[in-house]
Design a protein around this ligand. Structure first.
Ligand code: PAF
Length: 286
């Protein structure tokens, strides 16, 4: 397995693979890898084939964090991540630093961004202004450097995957986007690097996101429910946990992300909940 730090080295290698007709499957991550990431790597390997290349990027992207968010305390452990990647048969890890990815960012010189304007305005985008501008910018840059045939994203970030798909279609990236299922702990909590912030009591209460999804699924099994009514019921369920604070819950079409008034089986639900200081998200098709 090779570790690459320099964007120009990554791009030169990717262009060589392209000339040689080698298939490249790519998993962009912010590191501190867990079983959810490893499942994305296994999906990438299936798409690359035995003779293809799997590239994993590890980069905590500063431009997708708001000024009062957790950029500085986001967990990082490159050595541990490298060991996990090696044991999964990853071929290349690309782990650049801020100066390499955004020259002059911290001196205010970096000034080019990629902005998706529609899907980025709702849900996570409304709660975290600028977040998706950072995501689309870094993913576009990574695609230019890794030149993947396939890129694998997790369904836990459903809105992110929809926005990346939109960007790829709108900007003619020759990349197939694959979305792999959310991996959960045995009590239903979706795996996330941010789960490491939770103390034992917070960790217990954090299952409320999964329970809210389960509850909504049960409700719509009995027939359509007005979104306003289901939103109130989910808010009550979340409020029953003393450390939990609902940020938003949304009901929408899985493909278009258009909000619905009536929630029925097959409608998508997403929610964001603060557990203490930690903000967690989850979603599911009901
Ligand atoms: O989903 C993530 O981990 C990040 O948003 C991504 C896609 C790696 C971009 O920084």
């Amino acid at each position: 397995m090779r570790l690459i730090r320099e964007p120009s080295v990554m791009q030169r290698l990717a262009r060589r693979w392209q000339r040689q007709g080698i298939r490249v499957a790519f998993v962009p991550t912010m590191g501190y890898l867990h079983e959810g990431h490893l499942s994305l790597i296994r999906v990438a390997r299936r798409h690359a084939g035995a003779r293809g290349i799997v590239v994993v990027s590890i980069y905590v992207n500063p431009t997708q964090f708001g000024p009062r968010e957790d950029f500085t305390r986001y967990p990082r452990d490159l050595q541990r991540d490298l060991n996990l990647c090696r044991s999964e048969g990853v071929n290349v890890v690309f782990a650049p630093d801020d100066e390499a990815m955004y020259p002059g960012l911290h001196q205010g010189r970096y000034s080019t961004y990629v902005v998706e304007e529609k899907l980025s305005a709702i849900m996570e985008g409304a709660s975290r202004p600028g977040h998706f501008r950072g995501v689309t910018t870094i993913v576009a840059k990574l695609f230019h450097l890794v030149l993947p045939d396939v890129a694998v994203f997790g369904a836990k970030d459903w809105q992110q995957a929809a926005i990346i798909r939109r960007m790829v279609a709108d900007l003619n990236f020759p990349v197939r986007i694959v979305v792999a299922p959310t991996v959960r702990e045995s009590d239903g909590l979706a795996m996330s690097s941010r789960n490491t912030y939770l103390d034992p009591e917070e960790r217990r209460q954090a299952t409320v996101l999964f329970r809210a999804l389960q509850y909504a699924r049960q409700r719509v099994r009995q027939g359509p429910v007005p979104a306003t009514q289901l939103r109130r019921a989910v808010a009550r369920l979340v409020a029953a946990e003393p450390l939990a604070r609902l940020d938003y819950v949304a009901f929408f079409d899985s493909e278009t992300l258009e909000p619905v008034r009536e929630v029925r089986a097959g409608t998508h639900m997403a929610l964001a909940v603060f557990i203490g200081r930690t903000r967690l998200i989850d979603n599911a098709r009901l």
